[in-house]
Design a protein. Structure first.
Length: 235
């Protein structure tokens, strides 16, 4: 794990120059991975929370939090119980804090410029079994992550003046009408009104959304939707 931490060029990850301190990330993660008691874990957490992945007093999150998220989850799984609690607390804080203007997104492996909160949520969902196994705290973190949903369009059909979009939903789209941003081939389109037509059946991620006042030709297969409110989050 220490090799993975050191392999990251934290200084190359962008962040607000007045708040982001790259040296805090590497030192904080190494210290947290090696922590053997509550005091050591708290000291490491203060490094990471005071300008490393977040700045707690400023309620700001940095793009480095996305890169650090799987490492923090590894620490939570393999480290001391105090390190686990600190790592989970930092992940919850990163998910709820707001990024500075100009540093609100990270580029995902598929090339999409994803809001920081949605990218962190995806890492959390990838460890669902582990987090569920932790009980109340892990489930609470997953519930927070669920609000940062992601929907991949697979097929669309016209339905009156609207479109029924069938695809794969990760997270939970709440009841009611919501705005979404649609990503396709580097372009972002705002869809002002979408609703959850059919939620996923148990054990399946397949769902159907209704996209109001949009034609199927405007919603190509392969397009990815995120909550518009996540894209608008800014400190």
């Amino acid at each position: 794990m220490l090799d993975e931490i050191d392999a990251v060029d934290w200084g190359s990850i962008p962040g607000h120059s007045a708040w982001y301190e790259p040296d805090r990330v590497a030192r904080g993660l190494r210290a947290l991975a090696e922590a053997a008691n509550l005091v050591q874990a708290a000291d490491a957490g203060s490094r990471l929370g005071g300008g490393g992945i977040v700045h707690g007093h400023n309620a700001a999150v940095f793009p480095a939090a996305v890169v650090a998220a799987p490492l923090l989850l590894d620490i939570a799984q393999q480290g001391h119980p105090a390190a686990r609690d600190t790592a989970l607390g930092l992940l919850a804080e990163a998910l709820s804090c707001y990024p500075h203007a100009g540093y609100t997104r990270v580029v995902a492996p598929d090339g999409i410029a994803v809001p920081i909160c949605c990218a962190i949520a995806r890492h959390l969902r990838a460890r669902t079994d582990f987090l569920v196994g932790l009980g109340k705290r892990g489930k609470s973190l997953l519930a927070d992550a669920a609000a940062h949903w992601r929907f991949e369009i697979r097929e669309c059909v016209a339905d009156g003046g609207d479109t029924a979009a069938f695809g794969i939903l990760a997270g939970s789209l709440p009841d009611g009408v919501h705005a979404a941003e649609m990503h396709l081939a580097g372009a972002v389109t705002v869809l002002s009104e979408i609703t959850l037509e059919y939620p996923p059946a148990e054990g399946s991620p397949e769902a159907c959304l209704r996209v109001i006042a949009r034609h199927p030709c405007e919603l190509p297969p392969g397009a990815i939707l995120f909550p518009a409110e996540c894209g608008d989050r800014v400190h």
